[in-house]
Write a protein that binds this ligand. Structure first.
Ligand code: XUL
Length: 516
């Protein structure tokens, strides 16, 4: 038996899986939902909903408390942590945590007779953390780009143009708006490296996968880019942790976790990465060839790439692939956010998104279209103030369900053509991917079969696989064990659907262009 633990701090929850890499089985699978289990923070979807439009922050102490709650629940449920050989994790990307210089001492002195939240609260230099949904830094993006010679330079060096939700522009905004608190900040962590530091009991590095989502890292060098760092904020270089490869080991787990939860002091901690890079590993897509669509709070489309290829329109990103090389990623903010909004509008169950319900309206919805942008969209960058419909008919629930799904996946197809990959199959993951109706719309719009994998949460599994890889496990072998398509669950495109959507995509892109 060889056990590894993977954690995933996503927008709405903190999850954990323990994999037995010898018997190829998932031996524990637990989760804490921020909105439901930590109601006292009043962040029902994992973030503060009272911020100005475009400003989205979460409470980092809620994440810290979730870690104690999750491990405590697992211990109570009989999980024996003493056999876990390594732990790593996955974090929602781009979000940042601002800490005073005393964070280091606080981590080193964590006492098991108290909890993480009360011991770490005093080390925050900023009480809230901007997360990936924040789109309030347009001005800072323009300033950073101008300072280094334009967005072409930012993109060539960091893999993306300056992007509102990326950490660099967010840091610049904080530096401008609250210079005193910025000056009192000793270290700035990503969600991923913040958790990794707590587990390791010391401040640890940001990996190349998640580091590439900051507009601060030089992709080719795998190190902070001095010009980008200088353009972002004063004295920033000394506030950034190091950059490191995704398989970097950080030493044994902190005594706090040994004493409180029964981990072995020899349990190796491994740097964390972003949720999308971890999901790439969990989906068995570390080598180029597989295209993955992840259906979460945001929907993302990503693939491993041998050479970095950047998006001429600036919507796509290049991140480090935790297995080496690069990955491309496109993020659509209105993912489950939009599907849930339609579900709530008509008080539906998820069965209303299944194939039987979708059959109530024709493919292409008789030309009826929806731009499902409940929140300001990232791809394309567009704030329509809410969803937009192609006409103001009285919409039935089933027309609206079809319209939201067709709108999401036509937008995804239209904005991923620059990748220049014509996949033979698409691999889908995330909660909504279990729904056959949603998978059917993807198969129809892209015109290829859709596969689901046999794993619960590819980011969490990917994090555990990365932990196993860092202590000597073979990634190909781990993929064979944990990243196999679920048998009998392939969804084939319906006859004539691809041709219908080839045409419909043109009208959709014209409709979309009319809103800009
Ligand atoms: C990717 C992105 C989101 C977050 C949250 O660029 O912003 O996918 O990682 O999952």
């Amino acid at each position: 038996m060889s056990l590894v633990l993977g954690l995933d701090s996503s927008t709405q929850s903190l999850s954990a899986v323990i994999l037995d890499t010898v018997s190829a089985s998932v031996v524990a699978d637990h989760s804490v939902n921020f909105g439901k289990d930590l109601r006292q923070y009043r962040q029902p979807h994992g973030y503060d909903e009272s911020g100005a439009r475009g400003e989205v922050h979460a409470n980092p102490l809620m994440w810290v408390e979730a870690l104690d709650l999750l491990l405590g629940r697992m211990k109570k449920a009989g999980v024996d942590f003493s056999k876990v050989e390594a732990v790593s994790g996955s974090g929602q990307q781009h979000g940042s945590v601002y800490l005073k210089g005393c964070f280091h001492e606080k981590l080193a002195g964590l006492k098991a007779d108290s909890d993480l939240k009360s011991q770490l609260a005093g080390s925050l230099s900023r009480s809230s953390s901007p997360i990936w949904m924040d789109s309030s830094t347009g001005e800072e993006c323009a300033e950073i780009a101008a300072a280094v010679g334009g967005n072409e330079v930012v993109c060539a060096r960091s893999g993306s143009v300056a992007v509102e939700r990326f950490t660099g522009p967010q840091i610049r905004k904080f530096f401008k708006e609250d210079p005193e608190a910025y000056a009192a900040t000793g270290v700035i962590h990503l969600v991923s490296s913040f958790f990794a530091s707590i587990l390791a009991g010391k401040s640890v590095a940001i990996d190349h996968g998640d580091g590439a989502g900051m507009n601060l890292m030089n992709l080719a060098a795998g190190a902070w880019d001095p010009d980008l760092v200088r353009a972002t904020a004063d004295d920033l270089m000394e506030k950034l942790p190091g950059c490191a490869a995704a398989e970097t080991k950080c030493g044994g787990i902190a005594p706090y976790f040994v004493e409180k939860y029964g981990f072995s002091p020899n349990c190796e901690t491994v740097v964390w990465s972003g949720d999308n890079p971890c999901s790439l590993i969990g989906m068995g897509a570390a080598q180029p060839g597989k295209v993955v669509i992840s259906l979460g709070t945001s929907d993302t489309l990503f693939a491993a790439m041998p050479e970095p290829r950047t998006d001429p329109n600036g919507f796509g990103h290049v991140f480090g692939n935790p297995a080496g090389g690069y990955m491309s990623l496109i993020c659509f903010k209105n993912g489950s956010l939009a599907r849930e909004a339609v579900k709530e509008e008509f008080s539906l169950e998820w069965s209303a998104f299944e194939r039987e319900a979708l059959a109530k309206s024709p493919i292409g919805n008789g030309g009826f279209m929806m731009l499902p942008f409940y929140e300001p969209e990232i791809t394309p960058a567009l704030d329509t103030g809410g969803p937009v419909f192609s006409d103001d008919r009285e919409r039935s629930w089933h027309e609206t369900v079809r319209a939201v799904l067709e709108g999401q996946f036509l937008n995804m197809r239209g904005h991923s053509e620059w990748l220049g990959v014509a996949p033979e199959r698409v691999y889908v993951t995330g909660g909504a991917s279990e729904n056959d109706g949603i998978a059917q719309v993807i198969a129809n719009v892209f015109g290829v079969p859709v596969e689901r994998l046999d794993v619960p949460g590819s980011a969490t599994i990917g994090a555990a696989m990365r932990a196993a890889h860092a202590i000597g496990g073979d990634l190909r072998d781990l993929e064979k064990k944990f990243s196999q398509p679920k048998e009998g669950r392939t969804i084939i495109p319906e006859a004539g659907a691809k041709e219908r959507y080839d045409e419909f995509l043109k009208s959709f892109m014209v409709f979309l262009a009319g809103q800009k």
